[in-house]
Each structure stands twice: as C-alpha cells, then as structure tokens.
Design a protein around this ligand. Structure first.
Ligand SMILES: [Fe+2]
Ligand SMILES: [Fe+2]
Length: 304
C-alpha cells in the first residue's frame, strides 16, 4: 500500500474496542499459582503425547515478551509519529499491557504445571530451555497494521480452538481446568481482534481486503521457523486435540468476512469475493455454521 498513514485505525474506532475489552478483562481473573494445586493433580493420567502438547504450548505462550515488543515497535508513542498517532497508540497500549499480562500468565501457568505435574524435573532447566527459544530472531512479518491484527485474529482463534479440543481429550483434572481458563482468555482476545478487523473494514473499506487476504495466504503459526523439529511437533500436538485443525481459523476468517457483508451491503461483493478467495487459496471448504468451533467460548462461567 502506498500510504500507510491512511490505513491506521483512528482513535474513535479503537477506543470503544479497547474500553470494551478492558471492562471485561478487569473482572476476568484467575490465579496462575492457586489454580494449579499440587493436591488433586493426577499426573499418571497424562499421556506422553499430552505432556508433549503442554510443552509445545508453553513455548508458544512464552514468546509473549517478543509479541508485545513487536507491537510496541509498530505502534510507538513519541515525537517521531506525532500527536495523533501517539494518542491512538497510547489507547492501544491500554489493551497491549492487559493482553500481555494475560498471555504471560498463560506461559507461566503452563510452566508451573509442567513442574508440578513432573513433566519437567527442574524449573531452572525449563526456564533455560524457554529462554533459548525466546532470544532467537523473531519477526511476525507483514507491514500494514491491519495485517498484524489479522495475523493475531488467526492466532488467537487457533489457540482458543486448540485448548478447547485438548481439554476435551485430557483426563487429568487440573490440566483440564487450566486449559479451559486459557481457552476463555483466548476467546476474549479473539473477540477484540475481530472488533479491530471489522473497524478496519468499516473505516477503510475494500482497500484492506487484499491485505487481509495476503495474511490468510501466508498463515503460519509463530515459531514455525525457529523451534527445532517444528513440523513433526506440530503434527503430534494436533493429534492430541481431536477436532482441532490448523486451518480452521482461516475458515472462520472467511466466514466472518462473508457475514460482514450483511452489515456492510455496499461492500458485500468485495467481502464475498475475499471470503471465497481465502478458501480457494487454502483448499478449504466453507465451515458449517453448526460447527461448535464457530462460536466463542463463553466469556464468563463454565465453557459449554
Ligand atoms: Fe495465550
Ligand atoms: Fe491470546
């Protein structure tokens, strides 16, 4: 795109989304320490594959400092970007720090779980293993703000679905409960990024659609290029969570754009075209509306 300035999200679009997010987030707490009691933990009921899945997710979540750092670089506050962009980046910061707290809690809770359940023997060894991955070069790619948000939309949906599906397969009660807490958080994150995506479409119209499509055409999980043996591990982790499919977030993005055409009839033709193209480029079918994965996890209370 020739003029990045025009594709920023003005503060009047961003503020209600951030406020709505934090209104719910401020009351949506669980304790990363006390929700993983050593008593009641039944490590014998964990399969080898489930232990590997927990370890894999810990790596992904533990990259939170790098994700936040990437966002901070893209959305700076300072004289170099001026008052208006600093104002909207300041607004985004209200979201970023809260989101960062929640993702960091995921990382630490999974690490604590690994220690308390005996998946790892030693917390220090685990921390060193995690930091060795953390310090590797990390880039999300994509230059346009709407693309970064689209990428995170997909990523949040992937983690939400994964934790939901894994929790159904897991018998160990403490991990099951932890995974549901994670899924609820991811569901709120996904709602925020959905709102941001919609705001970009309503603010900038069809100009953002090819940018969104480009992200869908290059969708990869984070760490796919740095984590050793990524491909094999990703296949194995998928097997542990029946119902999960790596490409389902793309089907959900496609369905979402299709459904936006009802709210934005003037863009209906372009939205439907983008929606179809996303499916075509990824060899995917339309996601049936009846699919349980189509819907968010309830934001409060028990997950259905
Ligand atoms: Fe997370
Ligand atoms: Fe998340």
């Amino acid at each position: 795109m020739d003029n990045q300035q025009t594709l920023d999200l003005p503060i009047k679009f961003l503020r209600p989304l951030v406020t709505q997010y934090n209104q719910i987030a401020d009351s949506a707490n669980w304790n990363r320490f006390t929700s993983i009691p050593s008593e009641g933990l039944d490590p014998e009921s964990l399969s080898a594959g489930q232990k590997e899945a927990v370890a894999f997710c810990t790596f992904i979540e533990d990259h939170t400092p790098r994700y936040i750092e990437d966002y901070r670089k893209r959305f700076p506050i300072g004289e170099e970007v001026g008052i208006d962009r600093s104002l909207s980046n300041r607004e985004l910061f209200h979201f970023l720090v809260r989101w960062g707290v929640e993702e960091d809690r995921h990382a630490q809770a999974l690490a604590i779980y690994q220690v308390r359940s005996g998946i790892v023997r030693d917390q220090e060894a685990l921390e060193e293993e995690l930091i060795r991955e953390n310090i590797k070069e990390f880039q999300l790619g994509f230059s346009e703000p709407v693309q970064v948000f689209t990428y995170t939309f997909l990523q949040e949906k992937a983690t939400q679905i994964y934790y939901q599906c894994l929790s159904r397969a897991v018998k160990e009660p403490v991990l099951k409960a932890l995974l549901l807490n994670l899924a609820k958080d991811e569901s709120r994150h996904f709602s925020f990024f959905t709102g941001v995506l919609d705001a970009f479409v309503s603010c900038h119209g069809k100009r953002v659609l090819p940018l969104i499509q480009e992200v869908a055409g290059n969708y990869r999980m984070p760490l796919f290029s740095t984590l050793p043996d990524y491909a094999r591990r990703a296949i194995r982790m998928g097997r542990e969570a029946p119902g999960y499919s790596r490409k389902m977030p793309l089907q959900i993005l496609s369905s979402h754009l299709e459904s936006l055409s009802v709210q934005m009839p003037e863009l209906a033709r372009d939205l439907k075209k983008t929606s179809r193209e996303i499916l075509r480029e990824n060899n995917l079918e339309v996601l049936p509306h009846a699919s349980p994965m189509f819907h968010h996890v309830a934001m409060h209370g028990a997950h259905s």
